[in-house]
Ligand binder design. Sequence first.
Ligand code: FES
Ligand code: FES
Length: 137
Amino acid sequence: LTARRLYHPKVIEHYTNPRNVGSLDKKSSNVGTGIVGAPACGDVIKLQIQVNDSTGIIEDVKFKTFGCGSAIASSSYMTELVHGMSLDDAYKIKNTEIAKELSLPPVKLHCSMLAEDAIKAAIKDYKTKRTNPTVLH
Ligand code: FES
Ligand code: FES
């Protein structure tokens, strides 16, 4: 019942039924992996994207979150947002969009920031792999 007071129903819904949980093959040349942690609480999000090399569209996305309900809900919502999106559009997603959708209170804003950092890190990882195909991950 504490959760009901702290969390908006949309957070509870994503937390109870998270979308796109899992992993993609980190070694695959068209998979980008972002792993980010929140210094404030120690929570960690791993978010992976699989990109169509010729179109630059995110065609699959998976996450694992070792963290609070808001971080799980933010990651889950982020995966729904970016699926089918171009890398450029996905890079522009702001944590405030996620926080607004999930009605996160100020104390939980950093949880949505973690999801923004994770997608940016995954996109950067993919782009690094594309420009340095010999780099081993
Ligand atoms: Fe408890 Fe983040 S501080 S899960
Ligand atoms: Fe730190 Fe949610 S409390 S990510």
